[in-house]
Design a protein around this ligand. Structure first.
Ligand SMILES: Cc1ncc(COP(=O)(O)O)c(C=O)c1O
Length: 373
């Protein structure tokens, strides 16, 4: 994108390959693609359109606005809000045939009332808290409370789900505990005569680490972050994925500064010798972590140039010593390949001591998104 200042190229061909690999890995389960938070900040509709052309059959999102945008574009495809609803969101969800989560008796009453008022049936998935501690019917009371909710008018129970807290670590006993809690709830509900067409618990990490979550009683798996070729920093990799993201900008300035010159807010770096210093027009407003101050690097002409000084809102400063041939206007690769070198989303996550999700979701709104393939 030659006229942009900072831009993100999303490689749809690579996303297509990843989608097919993941869809194959979860078989015989169906695959739900999770596109919440604007597809983790990468652009929901272009990615959704591409995935639908490849045969994606259902979407998961976090909230009403995301669901409405997908429903408007794909009126016939199932779009599901995964975890919870505010009362103010319920009417529109029901009206637009968005699949609603029910994660409490109160939510069940709201949805039932809206369905009755609108004289229609609301498709719902019950959410069970098997140990995540965030949302859902607490597993010990879940069977009784869900059975009671199912007596309310206007609800069609299409599914039941839970969510792992520690699926990135296959050794963590919490995973087995959550699976067993979920099975107990299902058994109790089945014994009461309730069946759910869709039963699901696995996210990307569980698809890699917990094969138990991909066979009966489970018949659906949810994937988000893996679509973009991004892995959790822990856990095993059951399959390989293609990187899909390139974040680039251009070198804005190149100056020779004298030894002893300090760099940036707080003077956190002092040049030990005369140094060619480059200024790159991307900062924390674009998603470069503040933690990259005096820690990260970018690629110019295939060379790794360290970030010096503190990352500011709109700029970072880099030491151009490894790339003496650098010139104003040169391409600067923040994520992706340049020559034989590469920087991944996971590299930035390690620098920030966070997970890759936060890095991609933090790419700022002024980063121009473009889609290849
Ligand atoms: C309930 C639920 N399911 C699935 C996902 C998708 O997770 P991932 O991106 O790890 O595949 C998320 C994401 O946080 C989620 O909250």
């Amino acid at each position: 994108m030659p006229n942009s200042r900072v831009w993100l190229d999303v490689d749809l061909t690579a996303i297509a390959k990843n989608f097919k690999v993941i869809r194959n890995a979860v078989k015989p389960c169906e695959l739900m693609v999770v596109l919440k938070a604007n597809a983790y900040g990468l652009g929901m509709l272009p990615i959704a359109e591409h995935l639908v052309s490849l045969g994606a059959t259902r979407f998961g999102v976090a909230e009403l606005k995301e669901a409405l945008a997908l429903k408007k574009r794909f009126p016939k495809l199932p779009v599901q809000i995964l975890s919870g609803l505010l009362e103010q969101e319920v009417d529109e969800c029901v009206r637009h045939k968005i699949i609603c989560p029910i994660s409490s008796p109160t939510m069940a009453r709201w949805i039932s009332r809206a369905a009755v008022r609108q004289k229609r049936k609301a498709k719902v998935h019950f959410k069970v808290d098997t140990g995540m501690g965030r949302l859902g019917f607490p597993h010990l009371q879940a069977a009784a409370q869900i059975a009671a909710a199912l007596k309310l008018p206007g609800l069609v129970a299409e599914g039941i789900l839970s969510h792992f807290s520690s699926a990135n670590n296959p050794q963590d006993g919490k995973n087995r505990e959550q699976l067993s809690n979920f099975r107990a709830v299902l058994d109790e509900l089945n014994a009461k005569g309730f069946e759910f067409p869709l039963v699901h618990m696995a996210n990307s990490d569980a698809i890699h680490n917990l094969p138990e979550a991909l066979s009966a009683p489970f018949n659906l798996a949810r994937t988000g972050v893996n679509l973009y070729g991004v892995f959790d920093l822990e856990g095993t990799h059951a399959y390989l994925l293609k990187p899909t993201l390139t974040l680039q900008t251009k070198l804005l300035s190149r100056r020779l500064l004298q030894a002893g010159h300090t760099i940036g807010y707080g003077c956190t770096h002092t040049l030990s010798r005369d140094t060619w210093v480059g200024t790159v027009p991307a900062g924390y407003a674009d998603g470069i972590p503040l933690a990259a101050s005096n820690a990260g690097h970018v690629l110019i002409r295939g060379q790794s140039c360290p970030v010096i000084g503190r990352v500011s809102m709109d700029y970072i400063t880099v030491d151009l010593t490894p790339c003496p041939q650098a010139r104003e206007g040169d391409l600067v690769t923040v994520v992706g390949r340049s020559g034989k070198s590469k920087i991944s989303i996971e590299d930035w996550a390690r620098i920030k001591q966070t997970h890759p999700y936060e890095i991609i979701c933090a790419l700022g709104p002024r980063v121009e998104r473009g889609y290849k393939g």
